[in-house]
Design a protein around this ligand. Structure first.
Ligand code: ADP
Ligand code: ASP
Ligand code: MG
Length: 445
């Protein structure tokens, strides 16, 4: 059972989590929890301040977040009873002070310090949740994810090493579960082989939960969040969004990748590989069924399931007469992106040009400089990718025409269709994206 940040935001939220966990105790759950809402952002912010040398301000900016933890602890844990959370918080304060100081002095590699700092969100939330559950009579035990999930050295977006992780999770968790304990671990955080703290990328708690579920051969992975399942589009954009009862893994993966952040993109993989059903449920409406993600959705094809979108997209266009009839050109282009470790989302090519989209523009100047050796390069920020997802989209006749005629007053900058049988993706100016999504939603749902 994975609980997201909004599911552990305050006293009322912890109370809800207690009820949900205790109602399924006989299913022998493992709990994976995110940092309390806004805490990861606050830690990243503190890191950025410390980097600029503002050490004292950085540390002070965390105080209100420590206080939020303290008020939950004070509410649930009786005064005078043994309480591992207080000691943990004291330790976290000292460590964070030290880490922020090191950041301002740059006395260790910054990427390493950043992960060490940001990991305190999940370290604190998992300790707090374990103590709250214990105070309410659940036989909970906090487990340090950094001793369970082993990753490579890519700080900030580390890749788990599956076999090592699986073996450690089994070794530590199985005996605990067998003896009736409920393990509570932080999502998102892990460690490399040297024992240095790493993180799995924003939204990575879903991924941690999927890894643990896969390692233990769980009967189900439950993702508890603040909406009732995966919906026909982001409910924040369109109030008419509805819950999708069943999704295939492939559909869920496309949706997650293209911005439906309710599921982390990589969540799908360990679950698919091990045939574990994933259920997305609402902490605020625990009796609603939510969305089941299964190997096959088993529904009729030719149906659109959902519309995902991702903002802050930059389009790059590379034009070169050298591309005409030559081979190796695409490979040369891709090598540039590989060199700067930048992911391409959508791509479309003609005889003499390539258009592609990026959401990470950290290295864009260097990328453009290198690509300029291959041809003329234009870069244009301010776009949004819109991705229409449904099993059997490729095979259905007339669907693309229906989609584009619905939005015939909008300029489409780029289209990609056919690579995956479950999505049709196009790019529009960011400003018109909400309107486009609402229009499509009205017509298709
Ligand atoms: P958590 O903290 O539980 O991990 P997230 O904020 O990562 O929660 O994901 C839940 C949010 O995802 C929702 O509040 C919603 O605004 C957003 N979202 C985007 N697209 C969708 C979609 N298609 N269905 C449901 N939620 C979506
Ligand atoms: N706390 C991390 C984040 O905000 C991981 C997660 O919530 O899944 O990105
Ligand atoms: Mg999330």
């Amino acid at each position: 059972m994975k609980f997201g940040g909004t599911s552990v935001g305050d006293v009322a939220a912890f109370e809800r989590v207690f009820h949900i966990v205790s109602s399924q105790i006989e299913r022998r759950p493992v709990v994976v929890v995110s940092a309390m809402t806004k805490v990861t952002d606050a830690l990243l912010n503190a890191f950025e301040m410390a980097k600029k040398g503002e050490f004292a301000e950085a540390f002070a900016s965390l105080e209100s977040h420590f206080e939020r933890h303290v008020s939950v602890a004070e509410h649930f844990i009786p005064e005078g009873s043994s309480n591992l959370f207080d000691a943990e918080l004291q330790f976290a304060r000292e460590e964070l002070s030290d880490l922020l100081m090191r950041t301002s002095r740059r006395s260790l590699p910054l990427s390493m310090l950043k992960d060490a700092i940001v990991s305190y969100g999940e370290q604190l939330s998992s300790r707090l949740l374990a103590e709250v559950l214990k105070a309410k009579g659940v036989n909970a035990r906090q487990m340090d994810s950094r001793r369970l999930v082993v990753t490579d050295d890519e700080f900030g977006a580390a890749q788990p090493l599956w076999e090592e992780t699986r073996d450690l999770v089994r070794l530590d968790l199985q005996p605990a579960i067998a003896s009736g304990e409920v393990p509570v671990m932080g999502g998102f955080i892990a460690a490399n082989r040297a024992g240095e703290t790493t993180t799995l990328g924003r939204g990575g708690s879903d991924y941690s939960a999927a890894l643990v579920a896969a390692a233990l051969g769980a009967s189900e992975l439950q993702i508890w969040t603040d909406v009732t399942g995966v919906m026909t589009c982001d409910p924040r954009i369109c109030g008419e969004a509805r819950t999708i009862p069943v999704l295939s893994y492939e559909e869920a993966a496309e949706l997650a990748y293209f911005g439906a952040k309710v599921l982390h993109p990589k969540t799908i993989k360990p679950a698919v590989d091990h045939g574990i059903p994933v259920r997305v449920c609402n902490t605020f409406e625990p009796d609603e069924i939510g969305t089941m993600v299964l190997a096959e959705s088993g529904e009729s094809p030719n149906k659109i399931k959902s519309i995902a979108h991702k903002k802050n997209i930059t389009i790059l266009r590379i034009t070169s007469a050298r591309m005409l009839g030559s081979y190796g050109f695409m490979s040369a282009v891709f090598q540039v992106f590989e060199r700067y470790r930048t992911v391409i989302d959508v791509i479309s090519t003609s005889e003499v040009s390539i258009a592609l989209t990026l959401d990470n523009t950290a290295e864009i100047e260097k990328i453009v400089a290198d690509l300029s050796r291959l041809g003329d390069v234009e870069s244009e920020p301010g776009y949004a990718v819109i991705c229409v997802v449904g099993d059997g989209l490729r095979a259905s006749t007339g669907l693309a025409s229906k989609i584009f005629s619905t939005i015939d007053d909008v300029n489409i900058a780029l289209v990609s269709h056919g690579a995956s049988s479950v999505n049709l993706t196009f790019v529009v100016r960011e400003g018109v994206a909400p309107e486009v999504i609402k229009k499509l939603h009205r017509v298709f749902f």
